[in-house]
Structure formats: structure tokens, C-alpha cells
Design a protein around this ligand. Structure first.
Ligand code: FAD
Length: 514
């Protein structure tokens, strides 16, 4: 952990010290991987970087660095369509390269199916070991299993380390031994646990090869030129580990104390804005947790529970995805398999483009396009609008978020959508339907957020800004708004949409799977 950056120094005694096995090589017999396991001080280890693009609290990197020489590797994603988070990834990799250089190391970038790539690499470089931190999503876990079971790596010491979670997801269980399904009980149990201290970054990294000949230059990775709407992102974000510490320090000093009262107002800079750093692993969640605790001890934020609770929601999402891996596609509540979703391409397009005629919804969707994020309060409103007002399947919304969020996180996104749709275990009840106008009046009372993202409405006064279709004709004219031309009429009527949503819910109520 980096001292002086606002994150806690780690007591030396708590560092992993696992390479202290004496050189008993002479007496150990057995196949090469057994011998290499015990020859830890001399290992040549490939460290596979994934969603953990940092040096601090990186268990696999730390262990490898203490066991011998290290070859850091990143394998480029192979998704069908490019996404906004590729921009964040590109910038994070650039930053990681620079940090590794300072430690005397370089990042090898490769492409392909991970177990194949790593087996070829370990053969060509004669590596003894491949270390990596685990991930909880099903695709990554399949990659991990393929690697751990790979025949061609049978002579290599392949090890999986802790994922970027507060606790091992198998640890917390109900009294009956089942995974928790209710957040309140999960949170209570989590608070009783000791969260492991973060691990310090290695001070230097030795490598047995200078530069792997097959490495792909970052500029040629295809990440930077994959989408054409990312130019505005760099005005808002600086990804990378160092920037994550700055963002935290700024939030600790200016936002943590008032978080609970400010977090719901999108026009205010009242949340941490750390989600991109956490999603990419620029920042360790354990480091953040302990940094918050330290801020509490130092009196900077005497009552940080509301913020810790949000970190626990992240943990709960990861935990649920770990225990129920098919939930990216399948509703947690089986009755939702029968939900009568509508095909509404025009509605979906209006939603994506921020042209629904509901100013808060439109502001959120435009903020998303411009910055790659949406304030949490507005995220809930836009998501609810899609699944309840338009009756469009939550999975279509989740895909749009996957393509457009720079903080895209498969666990948080999936559970966020299932929560809104009402199909999650501990979700908002389906009948609680956000009224986008009421939400707008309550959380963007003076309209600063709407004026910023929907400039064609900026001249509208007071209540008219929240529902332009109810504004008197002369008010609209004076503000230069022509409904249906400069700004759309509502694509659905709230009262009718609400009744339709409740009908649809009645259709599945009490239904079971099958
Ligand atoms: C439909 C929907 C989709 C979402 N998709 C994502 C996503 O892809 N990636 C993502 O990181 N978050 C997602 N969220 C959760 C939440 O909106 C964001 O984490 C939050 O807005 C990020 O802003 P912040 O860092 O300033 O949050 P803060 O309020 O400062 O919270 C701190 C951290 O706690 C975690 N957190 C906060 N709220 C939640 C929550 N409701 N669920 C899980 N973790 C939370 C995040 O890691 C966040 O960075 C989604 C929420 C909804 C309703």
C-alpha cells in the first residue's frame, strides 16, 4: 500500500511471507512441478493481470515477486463488440506499464484463449509458474478452470489467488449453510468479519526476460480505436492506480463525511466516483475498506457506515454472481421467466438516445453517452423506466450498459438490473414503480442536472422543466421549446404505463419455473 496517498500503511507483520520455505530442494523428490513448488525462492513466474490493473494489494504479483522473477502479462479481451470500458482498460494498461517500468519490469500484452496463450508463453519462456488473482464471473471462472486443468501446463505451478473482494465468497453462509439471499443479513454478517489487510506493492520486480518478442504494442491492441464516442471521456476521467488514490483522497477530504446526505442528488458531486477504478481493479476493495476505517479513526468521517454499506452492496453482487453464476441471463426469481416483456425497438432507441420526453431519464442517458457513467439515483430511474414504463426486458438494458459504461462491472450491473426489475432475491418489489417526474422534482429540485444534460430545456423555469409536456404554451414559447420538434413528447404516459406494468406483473405472480 502506498503511504501518504491516504490509503493505510500495512503492518509489516501482516504481509504475506510465503517464500520462506528453506532450500530443501535436495531432499525433495517427485515430478518437476512438485520440485518447482518447493523451489519457490527461485521461481520464474508469469503473473496474469486481469481485472486487477494495479500493483498494491495484488496477491498474485506480491507472491511471485517474493518467490523469484516475474513476467507480467495481460491478455486482451475478445468480445464480439467494442465497449466504452475498453477505453478505461487502454488507459489503465498504459498507466500499469509506466508503473511496472519504474519497478524495472515490462508488461507483455498478448491475445487469444488464456490457457492456450499462457501455456505457449510458459513453454517459450521456460517459466516455472503462472499466478493470477481469481474473478467471480462465469466467463472468467471458465478461463481459470481451463488453465488450472490444462494438460500442457501440468508441469507448471498454476495458482489462483484471492479476487478483488472483501472476503472469500465461500466464507459467509446462513445458519443453514446456504448463501445469503437477503442483503440485510449479509451486511450484518459481513460487519462481524475481519477484512484482511491489503498487501503492499512490491518494491522492485526482477525478470528473466527483457521483452517477450511476441508482445503486442498497446497502441496496436485495438482498444483505443474500438469505439468512436470516447473523446469526451478523457475530459472526465483519468484511469489508473495513481489516479484512483487521488480520487479517493479527494473524496475522503471533501465527500465522505457528507456522503449520506448528498449521495442522492445528481447535480452535486456527492459520491466517490470510484466505480471505474474498482471495476477495473485499479483500486483494491480491501485497501479502500481499510482506508475508510482509518478516516473514521482519524475523525475525518466519524460515521462512514452509509459508504461502507455501498461497498457491501458491491460485495453482495459479487457474492451472488459467484453462488448463482447463470444470473447474467436468468432471473433469480423463477416466476420472472414468464414475464411478458415487449418488443419495442422504437422505445429502446428513444431510451438509448435520451429522447423519451422525460427530462430526468433523458439527462441520465445523455450523461451515460458523454461520460460513460450515470449517477446511481438516475441509474435506478432510467433502468426502472426501461423495464417498467416500456416493459423492455432488463437484459437489453444490461447489454446497453455493458457497451456504454466505463465502470461496467458484470456483477454490479447484473444485480443492479435484477434489483430494479424485481427479479433479484432481495430486489425492489415490482409494484414500486419510480415516477420519473416525482424523482426529478425530488432529487434535481432546481433542475441543474437536467439543464446540464438536456440543454434544449435549459430556459424552462421551475416545475415546467420537470414535465415540459404540462407547461403552458407561452412558457414553452418563451423558452424556445417546441414539443415534438426541439424536445419529444413523452413516449408513454406515466399513469397508463404504470397500470400496464402492474398488469404484466399480475400475469406472473405466483408462477413457478417451467
Ligand atoms: C441498473 C444498474 C446498473 C448498475 N451497473 C453498475 C456497473 O456496471 N458498475 C458499477 O460499478 N456499478 C453499477 N451500478 C451500481 C451503482 O450505480 C454504481 O456503483 C455507482 O453509481 C457508482 O458511482 P460511485 O462510485 O460514485 O458510487 P458511490 O456511491 O461512491 O459508492 C462507492 C462504491 O460502492 C459500490 N456501489 C455503490 N452502489 C452500489 C450498488 N447499488 N450496487 C453495487 N455496488 C455499489 C461501487 O463499487 C461504488 O463505486 C448499477 C446500478 C444500477 C441500478
Amino acid at each position: 500500500m502506498v503511504e501518504g496517498e491516504g490509503l493505510p500503511a500495512v503492518p509489516r507483520l501482516l504481509f504475506w511471507k510465503t517464500c520462506s520455505i528453506p532450500a530443501i530442494i535436495g531432499v525433495i523428490q517427485g515430478p518437476p512441478f512438485v520440485r518447482s513448488f518447493f523451489r519457490r525462492d527461485f521461481l520464474k513466474t508469469i503473473v496474469w493481470f486481469r481485472n486487477d490493473l494495479r500493483l498494491h494489494d495484488h496477491p498474485a504479483l506480491k507472491e511471485a515477486s517474493e518467490c523469484g522473477e516475474v513476467l507480467p502479462v495481460f491478455i486482451l479481451p475478445n468480445h464480439a463488440s467494442p465497449t466504452a470500458s475498453d477505453w478505461w482498460l487502454f488507459e489503465s494498461l498504459k498507466s500499469l506499464q509506466q508503473q511496472l517500468l519504474k519497478l524495472g519490469s515490462t508488461l507483455t500484452i498478448l491475445k487469444g484463449e488464456p490457457s492456450r496463450v499462457l501455456s505457449v508463453l510458459s513453454k517459450k519462456t521456460q517459466a516455472d509458474a503462472v499466478f493470477f488473482n481469481g474473478q467471480v464471473d462465469p466467463v472468467s471462472r471458465r478461463e481459470e478452470m481451463a488453465l488450472l486443468e490444462s494438460e500442457s501446463l501440468s508441469e507448471v505451478n498454476v495458482r489462483r489467488f484471492a479476487p478483488n473482494m472483501l472476503l472469500d465468497p465461500t466464507l459467509l453462509k446462513t445458519g443453514a449453510g446456504d448463501p445469503y439471499k437477503v442483503f440485510g443479513a449479509f451486511w450484518k454478517s459481513l460487519q462481524q468479519q475481519t477484512i484482511p489487510w491489503p498487501i503492499a506493492a512490491p518494491a522492485s520486480l526482477a525478470s528473466w526476460i527483457d521483452e517477450y518478442p511476441g508482445t503486442i504494442p498497446l497502441e496496436q491492441s485495438g482498444l483505443r480505436d474500438s469505439i468512436d464516442w470516447d473523446t469526451s471521456f478523457e475530459k472526465v476521467w483519468i484511469p489508473g492506480e495513481a489516479a484512483s488514490f487521488e480520487q479517493w483522497a479527494n473524496f475522503r477530504d471533501k465527500g465522505l463525511k457528507g456522503y449520506d446526505t448528498k449521495r442522492d442528488f445528481p447535480a452535486i458531486n456527492g459520491t466517490s466516483r470510484l466505480s471505474g477504478f474498482l471495476a477495473s481493479g485499479n483500486m483494491s476493495i480491501r485497501a479502500l475498506w481499510h482506508a475508510v476505517k482509518r478516516a473514521q479513526e482519524e475523525g475525518i468521517a466519524p460515521q462512514p457506515e452509509p459508504f461502507l454499506r455501498q461497498l457491501a452492496w458491491r460485495e453482495f453482487s459479487y457474492y451472488q454472481l459467484f453462488h448463482f453464476p447463470d444470473i447474467t441471463e436468468r432471473p433469480l426469481r423463477p416466476e420472472f421467466l414468464h414475464f411478458p416483456w415487449l418488443e419495442d425497438p422504437a422505445g429502446l432507441t428513444a431510451w438509448k438516445k435520451g429522447k423519451t420526453g422525460y427530462p430526468l431519464v433523458d439527462a441520465g442517458m445523455r450523461e451515460l453517452w458523454e461520460t460513460g457513467t450515470i449517477h446511481n439515483r438516475v441509474r435506478m430511474v432510467v433502468a426502472s423506466f426501461l423495464v417498467k414504463h416500456l416493459l423492455i426486458d432488463w437484459r437489453m438494458g444490461a447489454v446497453w450498459f455493458r457497451e456504454t459504461l466505463v465502470d461496467y462491472d458484470v456483477a454490479n450491473n447484473t444485480l443492479g438490473w435484477q434489483w430494479i426489475a424485481g427479479s433479484g432475491f432481495d430486489a425492489a418489489p415490482y409494484f414500486r414503480i419510480f415516477n420519473p417526474t416525482t424523482q426529478s422534482k425530488k432529487f434535481d429540485k432546481n433542475g441543474a442536472y437536467i439543464r446540464k444534460w438536456v440543454p434544449e430545456l435549459a430556459a424552462l423555469p421551475g416545475a415546467s422543466l420537470h414535465e415540459p409536456h404540462m407547461a403552458p404554451e407561452d412558457v414553452l414559447t418563451e423558452a424556445g421549446v417546441v414539443l415534438g420538434e426541439t424536445y419529444p413528447l413523452p413516449i408513454v404516459d406515466h399513469t397508463a404505463a404504470r397500470a400496464r406494468a402492474l398488469d404484466a406483473y399480475a400475469h406472473i405472480k405466483g408462477k413457478k419455473e417451467g
